[in-house]
Design a protein around this ligand. Structure first.
Ligand code: ADP
Ligand code: MG
Length: 237
């Protein structure tokens, strides 16, 4: 499942609110990734960043909020995980007190895929990650959580349940990702997302990824992000 760059792909990066949009990273070497992680990425068979990664990494590394509109299979997961690893390097909290990085994802399947990537590429930086999703008993997830995690990947329904049980604190989260935002809204998760985000400090970096850019997604982006830089890869309606 390699990423394919088609020749018809268009890059549109909008400079926004006076932010100078940095130039894309055209190679992994430009990223300043730790050498162990670079080795990991090369071992995975990746020769260069995908367009969404090339565009969004330098922006995310400047701590700016991002809305990225890009279709499935464009490499969005590492698009937000790698800057998340940099973020953790700079401001890692005690994972026992709650995660520093929170990723919301619509389904159990996608959430576990994200966790797998976070574990695979975060291992060399001693980054821990746990996953919370519905359709499975809470017990094992809660005991995992109680061991502490730098990154929590969660579906909104299950995370909201666990928040209501007061079994997790989001007060240390400073890097928030809404992955597949359009799909989460289609699945009716908007109330849970809003409740969850209320628990996250406003002083944070927020990244939103979506395959489509309809009115509902624009609305939640306007509510939850601050002066985001928008990165569009491909044709966006
Ligand atoms: P999306 O979230 O946009 O649907 P994913 O993050 O799941 O896409 O990535 C799609 C596939 O591309 C995955 O198998 C992933 O491992 C792979 N991939 C990610 N980054 C690169 C890269 N720089 N080069 C080649 N393949 C990549
Ligand atoms: Mg994805």
């Amino acid at each position: 499942r390699r990423h394919e760059i088609t020749v018809t792909m268009v890059f549109l990066v909008n400079s926004h609110q006076g932010n100078n949009v940095p130039a894309p990273f055209t190679s992994f070497d430009a990223t300043g990734l730790p050498s162990e992680l670079l080795r990991e990425v090369r071992q995975a068979g990746f020769s260069s960043p995908t367009p969404i990664q090339a565009q969004s990494w330098p922006i995310a590394l400047q701590n700016l909020d991002i809305v990225a509109v890009a279709k499935t299979g464009s490499g969005k997961t590492l698009g937000y995980l790698i800057p998340g690893f940099f973020h953790l390097k700079r401001r890692r909290n005690n994972p026992q007190m709650g995660p520093t990085v929170l990723v919301l994802s619509p389904t159990r399947e996608l959430a576990t895929q994200i966790q797998d990537e976070a574990v695979k590429f975060g291992k060399s930086s001693q980054i821990s990650c746990t996953c919370l999703y519905g359709g499975a008993p809470k017990g094992p997830q809660l005991s995992q959580l109680s061991r502490g995690a730098d990154i929590v990947v969660a579906t909104p329904g299950r995370l909201n349940d666990i928040l209501e049980m007061k079994k997790v604190s989001l007060h240390q989260v400073s890097y928030l990702v809404l992955d597949e935002a359009d799909r989460m809204l289609d699945m009716g998760f908007e109330p849970q997302i809003r409740k969850i985000v209320k628990e996250v400090p406003t002083k944070r970096q927020t990244l939103m990824y979506t395959a489509t850019w309809p009115k509902e997604v624009r609305k939640i982006a306007a509510d939850l992000l601050v002066n985001p830089v928008q990165v569009n890869i491909g044709n966006v309606d």
